[in-house]
Design a protein around this ligand. Structure first.
Ligand SMILES: Cc1cc2nc3c(=O)[nH]c(=O)nc-3n(C[C@H](O)[C@H](O)[C@H](O)COP(=O)(O)O)c2cc1C
Length: 337
C-alpha cells in the first residue's frame, strides 16, 4: 500500500527533466499550478529530475552533497517521487532506503533515458536490453524502501518505473510484462523508442496496448502515458482515448508554470514577475552549485508571445547574474520589489 492506492484518477504528473525541473522550478510550478484549484477532478504528482544512485552511494563527500541538493523539495510539491538511475541492485537498494529517509512519497527508476553517458553505465534505456537486471533493480529498490519504512514505522512509498515502448523497435509485448510482473505501483511509458529519442511524434496508440496488457495480466499497476502532451485538455483527451490512468507532461511546462491549473497566462508583466520570482528562488536554492545558463533556457520560454519579446529576450541572454536581469526588468518598467 502506498499513496498511489488511494489517489484520485486521472493523475497528471510533472515529468522529470534534468536541469529543468530542479528544486526552484518545481516550487514555482507547485505554487502557480495549484493556486487556482482549476483541476479538482484530477491529482497532481511531481517527479524530481533523475539522480545518479551510484553517485549518491560512491561520490566524494562534496559530490554527494551536491547530488543531495537535487533531492531537496518543498512540502507544497507533494506527492513527490524521487527518480533514480543506475544499474547496480545493491546500490538501488540504498536509494530505496534514502527515498524513505528523505520523506519522499515514491521512488522511480529511469529505464528510458537514451543519453549515451547513462546507457554506458548500463542504466536508463540500456535496461530494456537486460530485463533480468531491470527486474532485480525494481526488487532491490522495493526491498530497501520496505525495510526502511518498517524500521521507521512510516507508510510504504510508491515504487515505479519510467520507460519507453522499446529499444530500436516497439517491444511492448516482451518488455512491458517483465516490468508488470514485479507488481510496481505505477508504470510511465514514453511512447517512443530509445532510437527515436524525441525526433518523431509520440504514438499514444501504444498506451492503449500497454493498458490492455496490464488488464490481461490482472495487475493493479497504474499506467501513465507520456509524450507530446500540450496541456491539461490534451491530457484529458489522450487519457480518455487510451484508458490510461494519467498523463505525464514534460516540455509543455517550459515558460508555463501555470500548466496544471489550466490557466493560460499571456500578460507580459505577470509572466516577467513570475520569471523573476523563479530566478530569485534559483539563486537562493541552487545559485552556488548550478550554472546561471540554466535560467536562460527558461527566459527563452517565459519571454514569448508579445511585441518586443524578442528584443527583451536578447537583452536577458546577455546577462550573467540576477543583478543584471533585475536591471533589464527595471528598464522594462517592471516593479521588482
Ligand atoms: C531537458 C530534458 C531533460 C529530461 N530529463 C529526464 C530525466 O531526468 N528523467 C526522465 O525519466 N526523463 C527525462 N526526460 C524525458 C521527459 O521526462 C519526457 O519523457 C519527454 O520529454 C517526453 O515528454 P514531453 O513530450 O511531454 O516533453 C527529459 C527530457 C528533456 C527535454
Amino acid at each position: 500500500m502506498s499513496f498511489w492506492d488511494h489517489i484520485k484518477k486521472p493523475v497528471l504528473i510533472l515529468a522529470p527533466m534534468a536541469d529543468v525541473t530542479d528544486a526552484a522550478f518545481r516550487r514555482i510550478i507547485a505554487k502557480y499550478s495549484k493556486q487556482q484549484g482549476a483541476t479538482p477532478d484530477t491529482s497532481y504528482v511531481t517527479w524530481t529530475e533523475f539522480v545518479s544512485a551510484d553517485g549518491l552511494a560512491k561520490a566524494t563527500p562534496e559530490g554527494k552533497a551536491k547530488l543531495m541538493r537535487d533531492l531537496v523539495y518543498h512540502e507544497s510539491e507533494r506527492p513527490i517521487v524521487a527518480q533514480f538511475f543506475g544499474s547496480n541492485p545493491e546500490i538501488m537498494y540504498e536509494a530505496g532506503k534514502l527515498a524513505v529517509r528523505l520523506g519522499y512519497d515514491g521512488a522511480d527508476i529511469n529505464m528510458g533515458c537514451p543519453d549515451k553517458s547513462i546507457m554506458k553505465q548500463k542504466a536508463g534505456a540500456a535496461l530494456m536490453r537486460d530485463p533480468k537486471r531491470a527486474r532485480e533493480l525494481i526488487r532491490a529498490l522495493k526491498r530497501g524502501a520496505q525495510e526502511e519504512s518498517e524500521k521507521r514505522g512510516v507508510p510504504m512509498i510508491g515504487i515505479s518505473v519510467k520507460t519507453r515502448v522499446g529499444y530500436n523497435k516497439v517491444e511492448i509485448d516482451s518488455w512491458i510484462p517483465e516490468l508488470l510482473a514485479e507488481d510496481i505501483d505505477v508504470l510511465t511509458v514514453h511512447c517512443r523508442t530509445m532510437k527515436e529519442m524525441s525526433k518523431v511524434p509520440a504514438r499514444w496508440e501504444h498506451i492503449k496496448e500497454v493498458v490492455a496488457i496490464r488488464n490481461a495480466m490482472g495487475k493493479k499497476t497504474l499506467i501513465i502515458g507520456n509524450g507530446d502532451v500540450k496541456d491539461i485538455h490534451d491530457a484529458a483527451e489522450k487519457i480518455r482515448e487510451t484508458g490510461a490512468d494519467g498523463a505525464m507532461l514534460g516540455r509543455a511546462i517550459f515558460g508555463n508554470p501555470w500548466l496544471f491549473s489550466g490557466e493560460v497566462v499571456t500578460d507580459p508583466k505577470e509572466r516577467l514577475k513570475v520569471m523573476l520570482e523563479h530566478t530569485r528562488l534559483f539563486a537562493e536554492l541552487l545559485g552556488d552549485i548550478k550554472n546561471f545558463a540554466i535560467m536562460k533556457k527558461h527566459y527563452k520560454a517565459y519571454v514569448n508571445g508579445w511585441d518586443g519579446a524578442k528584443e527583451l529576450r536578447e537583452k536577458l541572454m546577455a546577462e550573467e547574474d540576477i543583478a543584471g536581469v533585475e536591471k533589464v526588468l527595471v528598464g522594462e518598467g517592471l516593479d521588482i520589489k
